[in-house]
Write a protein that binds this ligand. Structure first.
Ligand code: NAD
Length: 248
């Protein structure tokens, strides 16, 4: 699919990678509907990008957003499932000084699953339903997973969501192929965005030192893969790790 032909939803588009994808798509001639819980961030997007508050973890909100995007863009043939959050914690941790045992909280588990997995599922489901209902083809859904999908210390909730998203990229690609809809995923390594800028500087430095290409990723590095996933009509059901070699 040519970028200029896409009528595309981008979730989590107020900042970071989602914002970069929305701007790049707009520059390439796509019609873009940007959604995020951060309304202020959305406001600073270029004026030609349609925007609306969206909480992907709220099923009814996703339904209303998809309908709005379809009406506003005059159609819908693509969605980028990018919204995501972190609530990092070890499964169980013993405090060195007090000996107290701290367990991963139910709230942190639920919050990450609600946004990163349920949210992405609602968006994929409702966007695909709209494409099928309106006989739109071809269509494409791009899921933003993470190299954490292979397993990562301190990220039980995030790993579970991102691994499930990669696995369901296969499920949805198989289920939606008869309707001419492809589903693909990109799994970024460590990328410079507000999400990683908030990390402990020491932990961040150690992680960057372990990246074979010797630098942190930039949103543009991930955009090149998203662009490929949209444009290549033969790319389907797979997840590409774009991580500078971090996960090998
Ligand atoms: N930065 C990295 O190193 C990295 C690595 C691998 C994967 N990822 C994934 O890439 C995606 C983008 O990450 P980023 O680094 O740009 O993060 P970010 O925190 O900078 O931006 C995420 C955006 O999602 C929005 N968001 C959060 N909850 C939402 C909700 N319920 N509904 C709608 N929007 C919501 C936030 O407001 C924010 O604008 C995420 O899915 C993240 O898990 C990031």
């Amino acid at each position: 699919m040519h970028l200029s032909e896409t009528k595309v939803i981008v979730t989590g588009a107020a900042r970071g990678m989602g914002r970069h994808f929305a701007i790049r798509l707009h520059e390439a001639g796509a019609r873009v509907a940007a959604g995020d819980v951060d309304v202020e961030g959305l406001e600073s997007l270029p004026a030609a990008i349609a925007r609306r508050r969206l909480d992907v973890s709220d099923e009814a909100d996703v339904g209303a957003f998809v309908e709005w995007a379809y009406q506003t863009l005059g159609g819908l043939n693509a969605a980028i499932n990018n919204a995501g959050i972190l609530r990092d914690a070890l499964l169980v941790k013993k405090d060195r000084e007090t000996g107290a045992i701290r367990k991963l909280s139910r709230a942190d588990w639920d919050a990450v699953i609600a946004v990163n997995l349920s949210g992405a599922t609602f968006v994929a489901r409702d966007a695909a339903a709209k494409m099928i209902e309106t006989g739109t083809r071809p269509g494409v859904i791009v899921n933003i997973s993470s190299v954490a999908r292979h397993g990562n210390r301190g990220q039980t909730n995030y790993v579970a969501a991102k691994a499930a998203l990669a696995a369901n990229t296969v499920t949805w690609a198989r289920e939606l192929a008869p309707y001419g809809i492809r589903v693909a995923a990109i799994a970024p390594g460590m990328v410079e965005t507000p999400m990683t800028q908030g990390m402990n500087p020491k932990a961040r430095e150690a992680l960057v030192a372990a990246i074979p290409v010797g630098r942190i990723g930039q949103p543009e590095d991930i955009w090149l893969a998203v662009k490929f996933a949209i444009e290549c009509d033969y790319f389907n059901a797979r997840t590409i790790d774009v991580d500078g070699g971090l996960s090998v």
